[in-house]
Design a protein. Structure first.
Length: 224
């Protein structure tokens, strides 16, 4: 993808190189397809080397069960097909992944990407059809479940330990999700939650108007 980005940059400024009449058009699907093709060819090359050297491969995720015993490591592996297998080996290579590292005194430049995203978002909003009543009905179909995050914050702000608040809210949320039951009704019948917030406080946690109270200011700030 870095090569594609470099090539794109050169094509946009083709006139600098004495090449006229070039009007490039980005094909993002094509960029991703090339990236996938490069990765595929590299992995197939590794597969070939494994087979050539008669190395048995297991595709999936594995973890060491502990220190080696008599020089033999034991790995519990979850294979790509969903099966699990115990693998024993004298030598193990750990693939831990990697993190991006920036050069000293340089920060990642996301300005161009952000500008592109904002341009796309502006077009999306410009042609967006909004049906408020349908949106409200969709929210009400969750029977209050969409307000679980706000409820957790309010309980913590009221003095309840966050771990306890999380356990309470998560328990009711999971039951409501699995059983399609009324999340708000369950919360309103919990003595600890009622003692912490009161009936009015609970109603405030489940208030749609509270969530939307700053919408006008946000739109004015972004699009004004």
């Amino acid at each position: 993808m870095l090569f594609s980005a470099e090539l794109w940059d050169h094509l946009k400024h083709a006139d600098r190189y004495g090449i006229d009449g070039v009007t490039p058009k980005l094909n993002w699907k094509g960029v991703l397809a090339r990236k996938d093709d490069v990765i595929s060819r590299h992995t197939k090359g590794l597969d070939f080397l494994m087979k050539k050297n008669k190395i048995t491969t297991f595709k999936g995720f594995g973890k060491l069960t502990g220190p080696a015993k008599d020089g033999i490591h034991t790995i519990e592996a979850k294979l790509a097909d969903g099966k699990t297998e115990t693998i024993k080996a004298k030598k193990v290579v750990l693939a831990t992944g990697s993190d991006a590292r920036m050069l000293p005194d340089y920060n990642p430049d996301s300005t161009i990407l952000t500008d592109y995203l904002l341009d796309k978002t502006t077009r999306l909003v410009d042609k967006l059809l909004v049906y408020p009543e349908r949106m409200r009905r969709n929210l009400e179909m969750t029977q209050g479940l969409v307000y679980s995050g706000q409820l957790l914050l309010d309980l913590a702000a009221a003095g309840m330990l966050r771990e306890k608040a999380y356990k309470l809210v998560q328990g009711y949320a999971m039951r409501a999700w699995q059983d399609e039951s009324d999340f708000r009704a369950a919360v309103e019948n919990d003595a600890e939650i009622v003692a912490s917030l009161g009936r009015e406080g609970i109603a405030r946690s489940f208030s749609l108007e509270r969530q939307l109270r700053h919408v006008d200011q946000i739109f004015a700030r972004v699009f004004g």
